[in-house]
Design a protein. Sequence first.
Length: 257
Amino acid sequence: MEETLLEKTSNHITTITINRPKQLNALTPLMITELEQKFKILGEDKEVRAIIIRGQGNTFCAGVDVKGSSYNPLNSRVFLKDFNRMLKTIEMMPQPTIAMIDGSAVSGGLELALACTFRIAAKNAKLGLPEIKLGLVAAGGATYRLPRLVGFGRAVEMCLLGDLMDGEEAGDCNLVNFVVSNEALADRTEALANRLVNNPPIAMSLVKDALYSASAPHVDNSALMEILSASVNHYTEDKKEGIEAFFSKRKPTFIGK
């Protein structure tokens, strides 16, 4: 069986590649556990000074593999806790992390990118949180990580309208740090990583901790609220309708129940 997570280290830079291109690099529960373990190990490795996460092929990550997921509310709560714990592990890494966004970064895929220190996107990348159109609640940190990047008003638009934006629009609203051509994406990401490698690692780690502490003092409460909201939503008829419509390739009809 082909590995779904690839890892390569060179010149103090580790690159993790999500390797499920036929499934648009959607994450399974097992992959989420493996990602958390990989990042924990890397966090202890003093030889690694920067980490790049990318998707195989022309997609960064299309979120969670819903075909392999259970929609039982109790199972979903456990899964969401695992997903959020993995994202927090990435966010609190001592080393800076870079999301190299080519193609789609939607739903949980965008939330994965939000947990990274830097986001660099190709101009034609597609980013967004379309969960609301499926009757779902975004519950991977979007409601508290997104406002500190794009502002509360733009975060409301993204979460409640579910529209996608391209890389240039994402750069304009500060969702991503850098926007480059598709052809230059890999080289520019590597160049950013090399700049970080040449900085003092202890000082960078301390600055990261201070920045996150100042910008998100109540993050644990916000994460719990998100998980509870998503768990309650799993009981609704609208959620069931949204998922059925998605698999049937039709427009859902929501009734407010």
